[in-house]
Design a protein around this ligand. Sequence first.
Ligand code: NAD
Ligand code: TYD
Length: 351
Amino acid sequence: MKKNILITGGAGFIGSHVVRLFVNKYPGYKIVNLDALTYAGNLENLKDVEHAPNYFFEHVNILEPDMLLNVFEQHDITDVIHLAAESHVDRSILSPMDFIYTNIVGTVNLLNVAKSYWKENLNTHRFHHVSTDEVYGTLGDEGFFTEETAYAPNSPYSASKASSDHFVRAYGETFHIPYVITNCSNNYGPNHFPEKLIPLFINNIMHKKPLPVYGKGENTRDWLYVIDHARAIDLVFHEGRNGEHYNVGGFNEWKNIDLVKLLCKQMDEKLKREAGESEKLISYVKDRPGHDLRYAIDATKINKELGWKPSVTFEEGLSATIDWYLQNEAWLKHVTSGEYQNYYTEQYSNR
Ligand code: NAD
Ligand code: TYD
């Protein structure tokens, strides 16, 4: 069936990989990337697909419901894959209200517009909400997050995502909006904004700057290559059951300090530095307040029901990620200098 899919946050890290996958894999669909282009949004991420005939970009903020409705009408939107969000825990500690507005109010705006635009044949539509494993809170040394784990968010970021998940569910129950929710573990890969652990440390190693490890470096995350997350979204969007959550994870837990040491080792090899040189940059700093100890996903449901599993090992994915950053220094410079705005003006101001 022909679909006109609104992908929000498509200029961001994960969103750009989802947009690319859908534009290339489904030439019969119309893919509308809606993004406010905050500091985290970058159209350079999509240079390779920006001229595809099935790709459209709308520079819109999800906090503007009238503009959202215009986009639905103009493109006759049939489905939504919602990724637009404030996504960084540390920023949510510095500035929680931005997270309340975009992640909660913005999501409810989208739901309201979908509800008013999809008046008839609701079951031909789908609202896919992209969420995080952080809504489940923290684990101790053992156990995994399943789809039945109770929500217990600990940061303003995870609380805002949990709230948005609840609203999606409530609009499903109350107004019969067909929905699915994916709760994914930490992603890594190309185009990751250099504020998160892996790209920040790659950038710092490149420039021989200190590597600020929070606390003792014993917090544990379950890392998934971003392209495998995009594949999971594709599968759940098309084949997931309505009203269900699907957890997505890498079966790949790493203590931060072990991950940082692996990163240092791979980068020393690639940069032809002496073994152990980059490890000397490690600097233990004050811990993050409310720092979740451990995340680990049980991805049995998506594996058994939809046949999804990660396609690359962590060593392969990390190596490909480092290569991408080493080959895309200009990208790193742009996103860290604000130069990107010039690109946007040049590319779009006269269209
Ligand atoms: P990101 O910060 O890289 O990108 C977010 C995108 O949303 C940016 O392009 C930004 O411009 C856009 N955006 C922000 N506020 C907006 C607004 N008000 N209106 C319109 N667009 C706006 O984020 P990401 O890491 O790609 O994460 C994408 C989604 O996946 C988020 O919903 C996040 O919670 C979720 N998620 C992320 C991870 C992860 O490891 N990064 C893991 C699981 C789930
Ligand atoms: P991050 O990439 O911010 O993802 P999240 O907080 O959503 O899991 O951080 C991953 C882990 O790395 C987390 O335990 C915090 C830690 N961390 C550091 O030790 N130093 C840093 O500079 C950053 C950004 C994160």
